[in-house]
Design a protein around this ligand. Structure first.
Ligand SMILES: [Zn+2]
Length: 401
């Protein structure tokens, strides 16, 4: 009997909606919440375990199933749960995937089943009201210490501001929603709730790093920023559909990590730097948590003269790391070296992803996909466009160390 019941549960996994985790979309889930009636992956089952008041989990393959539990799973399942628990997810709300951090997946699961935010839209006010104010721990630019700062997000003004004192009249920084990005970076920031916010300052990309002790609070901030960008883009692009706008609300980096690089003359020694691949912009930093990039390279498409090559030119000297990459742009070659072969392969894959993708009209204008700002501060060797619609480089300005 027990065997038959397990076989019955396994058969339920064959139903189309049950072939992917109900919460993160990972393929072939083999755990289930038998109180919610959903099939989930091992990783999401760990999160469900922490909210026993709403969810109780079992392994499909290893645990014993009671008849009533099998029937409950049969009469519910992932499609039915989506209709019930995700009926009113705002279009801007970030739906995590299996590659997202634990925090995003946990808050999504809690928002759905514990707080019932997507069946009771009035509970979405913290991120849908168009205004949000509160304290976040912000990393100091120079000393690296986290200090409490007041943040104010106003959709009406199209800005996120922060203040050094609660009673301060003038904000320390005004970040335009138009140019803002937010992405969770727990490992880099060293806090499970660490959020990286980037914006344009004097035409250069500026990073700030924040967190809140409460996971719900920081994810609400993240979704409030996405909501503000969504409403900004709806006004800026009145004809665009939600499906067009949603991918532009925030973006995760294609890849980050250390590589060695040499300067433009390629006679200097290689130096180890932290690199961030943000869509078509390859930025490098001395420290992963630097406020500003030392420089950035725009990586266009194959059709416009960009290529990524395995290895370095034979005469290259001065690199300590053995696995080379050469980025060829219409203007010059960039020589990079990775510590391991797997890192080199991962970087090559990230570069090829953008090189193989045809450029959009706005990318020719140096706008980097409409994300605003092609960089142009003194430390940046990439500038805007010439009238021919091709990217031009300020060749006189060398790569900074
Ligand atoms: Zn999952």
């Amino acid at each position: 009997m027990a065997k038959e019941r397990r076989r019955a549960v396994l058969e339920l996994l064959q139903r189309p909606g049950n072939a992917r985790c109900a919460d993160c979309g990972a393929p072939d889930p083999d755990w289930a919440s038998y109180t919610l009636g959903v099939f989930i992956c091992l990783s999401c089952s760990g999160i469900h375990r922490n909210i026993p008041q709403v969810s109780k989990v079992k392994s499909v393959r290893l645990d014993a199933w009671e008849e009533a539990q099998v029937e409950f799973m049969a009469s519910h399942g992932n499609d039915a749960a989506r209709d019930a628990y995700e009926s009113k997810v705002p279009p801007f709300y970030y739906r995590p995937t299996s590659s997202d951090c634990q925090l995003l997946r946990e808050q999504w699961i809690r928002a759905k089943y514990e707080r019932l935010e997507f069946t009771h839209p009035e509970k979405q006010e913290p991120y849908s009201a168009g205004y949000r104010e509160g304290s976040l721990w912000k990393r100091g630019r120079d000393n690296g210490q986290f200090l409490s700062r007041k943040f104010v997000l106003t959709e009406r003004e199209g800005s996120l501001k922060y203040f050094n004192r609660n009673d301060a009249k003038e904000p320390k920084a005004v970040m335009k929603i138009e140019h803002l990005n937010a992405t969770f970076q727990p490992a880099k920031i060293g806090h499970p709730h660490g959020l990286q916010i980037t914006y344009l300052k004097d035409n250069s990309t500026r990073n700030i790093f924040v967190y809140h002790e409460d996971g719900k609070e920081i994810v609400d901030w993240f979704n409030a920023l996405r909501a503000a960008r969504f409403h900004y883009l709806q006004v800026a692009f009145p004809g665009a559909s939600d499906a067009d706008l949603v991918p532009k609300l925030s973006r995760n980096y294609l890849k980050e990590g250390y590589m060695e690089k040499t300067g433009p003359k390629q006679t200097e020694g290689f130096r180890k730097r932290w690199f961030t691949m943000d869509d078509r912009r390859l930025m490098y930093f001395k420290d992963p948590l630097d406020a500003f990039a030392r420089g950035e390279v725009f990586i266009g498409s194959r059709e416009s003269g960009y290529t990524v090559l395995d290895g370095l030119p034979p005469s290259t000297q001065g690199h300590h790391w053995p696995h080379g990459i050469t980025i060829v742009t219409p203007e010059r070659r960039f020589l990079l070296a990775c510590e391991t072969e797997s890192e080199q392969r991962a970087w090559m894959e990230a570069f090829r992803k953008v090189v193989d993708r045809p450029m959009l009209p706005q990318e020719y204008a140096g706008e980097c996909g409409g994300w605003g700002g092609g960089g142009g501060g003194p430390q940046h060797f990439l500038r805007g466009s010439d009238t021919a619609g091709r990217l031009s480089f300020s060749s006189g300005s060398p790569l900074q160390a």
